[in-house]
Design a protein around this ligand. Structure first.
Ligand SMILES: Nc1ncnc2c1ncn2[C@@H]1O[C@H](COP(=O)(O)OP(=O)(O)OP(=O)(O)O)[C@@H](O)[C@H]1O
Length: 307
């Protein structure tokens, strides 16, 4: 069941196009939008939320276009990367203020504030002034704000970026709970650990385009192919050394390589050849840490384009 979709979305800022034709389609559940810094994740969220109009293409939320029908914006709750809270108001008063901005029925406002405070375990900081909250606490208040109107769709921009591992784990549990309750949740992140941990459905955004979508393990195959990752000692001409040895690999970063080899025997030969060629080897990892390879692959493409 499609709840949130985007077709051929183009968008940008003052003549500069950031999204170059993004197609997306999400149903209820937890979905991740993974992309390196600057990939266009925040821009895409602004377009999906009905805030930034696309120059081309269309957004549909439960069949309604938020850019054509502003009331459809109510179907989306957005938690910004750095939520803007009124500094002098308490966390709870910030939430109360937002119930008015969202035009929730007056009779429901206090109840909803209490509910989101309970749901996100914010009781101990509810009366604390916003400007005294830690970044992680601020982020959780931002998430509470996104939930106030009980929207079917949640767009969460790097919700665990500023929180410690224990809080992040709790937040992930809460997100899983919301997904199980029927929300369609899209979480953006550039953190690989987060992506492998949180959801099986990952969309990779790269340079304003969807580079791939799938479970972490299948993404690797789509983008990188089969292979092994080698971490080498030294920053010499690794690509040159490999070419001379006849291996189709390219450096992904200064001391790492992605090597596409069909089997273990070839890896053994490769390692022996590299050692003979004087290249030190620190680590050989089979295709397991899928998303890290995907990222290295994207970086590799980006630096090749830049050069
Ligand atoms: N308000 C703006 N005006 C002009 N350019 C912008 C604006 N916001 C973002 N950009 C540019 O659009 C591109 C995509 O930015 P965006 O914030 O969407 O990426 P992102 O994937 O969310 O990155 P990050 O992971 O760093 O948050 C970047 O090159 C950025 O400089």
């Amino acid at each position: 069941m499609s709840v949130l979709s985007g077709v051929d979305l183009h968008a940008g800022y003052r003549g500069r196009t950031v999204l170059h034709g993004v197609d997306l389609d999400f149903g209820p559940g937890l979905h991740l939008l993974l992309g390196p810094n600057g990939a266009g994740k925040t821009t895409l969220f602004r377009v999906l939320a009905g805030v930034l109009p696309p120059s081309r293409g269309r957004v549909l939320i439960q069949g309604r276009d938020p850019h054509a029908r502003p009331e459809a914006k109510r179907l989306v709750g957005v938690a910004a990367h750095r939520p803007a809270l009124a500094p002098r108001l308490s966390a709870a008063d910030n939430l109360r203020y937002w119930t008015r901005v969202l035009a929730l029925p007056a009779a429901d406002r206090d109840r909803r504030v209490r509910e989101v405070i309970d749901l996100l375990d914010l009781g101990s900081i509810a009366d604390q002034r916003a400007d005294t909250l830690s970044r992680g606490q601020t982020q959780r208040v931002g998430l509470a704000k996104a939930l106030l109107a009980e929207p079917p769709v949640l767009l969460l921009d790097e919700p665990t970026a500023a929180v410690d591992p224990a809080v992040a784990a709790r937040l992930r549990d809460q997100l899983r709970g919301l997904a199980a309750a029927g929300h369609t949740i899209l979480v953006s992140t550039h953190e690989l650990a987060e992506a492998s941990d949180l959801a099986d459905d990952v969309t990779v955004l790269h340079r304003g385009r969807v580079a791939a979508r799938g479970a972490p393990s299948t993404l690797r195959e789509q983008l990188v192919g089969h292979g092994y990752r080698l971490r080498l000692r030294g920053t010499g001409d690794l690509a040159g050394a490999l070419r001379r040895l006849g291996y189709p690999a390219e450096p992904a970063t200064h001391d790492r390589l992605l090597v596409d080899v069909p089997d273990e025997d070839t890896v053994e030969t490769l390692v022996a050849d590299l050692v003979r060629a004087g290249v030190g080897i620190r680590e050989v990892t089979p295709a397991g840490n899928a998303l890290e390879d995907v990222y290295l692959h994207l970086q590799e493409g980006a630096s090749a384009d830049a050069g």
